[in-house]
Design a binder for this molecule. Structure first.
Ligand code: PAF
Length: 285
């Protein structure tokens, strides 16, 4: 496995690969890798000749400076895990090689067609501007045939698909299922910020989401939302920021189960100071 820090070296290695008849799979990450990330790498290794992963804690997608400061960084651990998963190239650039001093200060402009106004977008202003900015830059450098994203970040996935359509990018976006700890807690780099007790409590989130499936389609959506929030908050350590039941394509609220062919429940919960997200598919035809 090759570790590349400079943009120029990456561009030259990619040009070499592109001149042969090979496919490139790409897994963008911010490091602090867990089994969820590695499942994306494994999928890419299966489907492509070469797999490139990036490790870059992208400052423009953090709306909370403390969150950026506290984001776990563990390059040695990540490199070892990527190597074991069969990754071929790791791109781990420095911030000033990616952004110039001016562009890092202002939100990247993109027509989100409203996808940034709901759920995460309501609570994390400009977060998705930062995500689109970095992913578009990385796609330009890596020029992947396929790029892999986890379904845990459901809204991010929808926005990345919109971005590739809007910019007509020749890349297939491959979505991969949420990987969970044995307790059901969705894998996340933030889980390592939880105490052992909090980790235990946080597994209640998925237990409630799973149970909520039993009430579909016989319970009105509005009622299911209220009951699900109340059930999660039965644990005093958990505070729901939002729980939305949305059309899986448009991310807009759905009022009745028959109103869409793809319906997903998306939740964000604080466990102490740690912000956790998860989702569950209620309907997919
Ligand atoms: O999902 C993430 O880890 C990040 O949002 C991504 C896609 C690597 C962009 O920084």
């Amino acid at each position: 496995m090759k570790l590349i820090i400079s943009k120029e070296e990456l561009v030259s290695v990619i040009s070499g690969l592109k001149s042969t008849n090979t496919t490139i799979g790409f897994v963008p990450t911010m490091g602090a890798l867990h089994r969820g990330h590695l499942s994306l790498v494994t999928e890419s290794v299966k489907q492509n000749h070469y797999t490139v992963a990036s490790i870059f804690v992208n400052p423009t997608q953090f709306n909370n400076p403390n969150d950026l400061k506290n984001y776990p960084r563990m390059l040695d651990h990540d490199l070892k895990a990527l190597k074991q998963s069969g990754c071929d190239i790791v791109f781990a650039p420095e911030t000033n090689d990616i952004y110039d001093t001016e562009e890092i200060k202002r939100p990247f402009e993109f027509d989100f067609k409203g996808l940034d106004k709901v759920m995460e977008g309501k609570f994390r202003p400009n977060h998705f501007n930062g995500v689109v900015h970095i992913v578009s830059k990385l796609f330009e450098l890596v020029r992947p045939d396929r790029a892999y994203f986890g379904e845990k970040d459901f809204q991010q996935l929808a926005i990345i698909r919109l971005m590739t359509d809007s910019y007509d990018m020749p890349v297939e976006i491959v979505s991969c299922p949420i990987v969970r700890e044995e307790s059901g807690l969705a894998m996340s780099s933030r889980n390592m910020l939880l105490s052992e007790h909090q980790r235990d409590v946080a597994s209640h989130i998925y237990a409630v989401l799973k149970e909520s499936l039993l009430f579909v389609p016989n319970t009105p959506i509005y009622e299911l939302k209220q009951c699900t929030i109340a059930a999660i908050e039965q644990k005093p350590e958990l505070k729901v920021e939002y729980f939305e039941i949305v059309n899986g394509h448009t991310l807009q609220d759905v009022e009745k189960w028959e109103d869409a062919d793809y319906i997903v429940g998306c939740v964000t919960v604080y466990c102490g100071n740690v912000r956790l997200i998860d989702n569950i598919c209620y309907k997919k035809l």
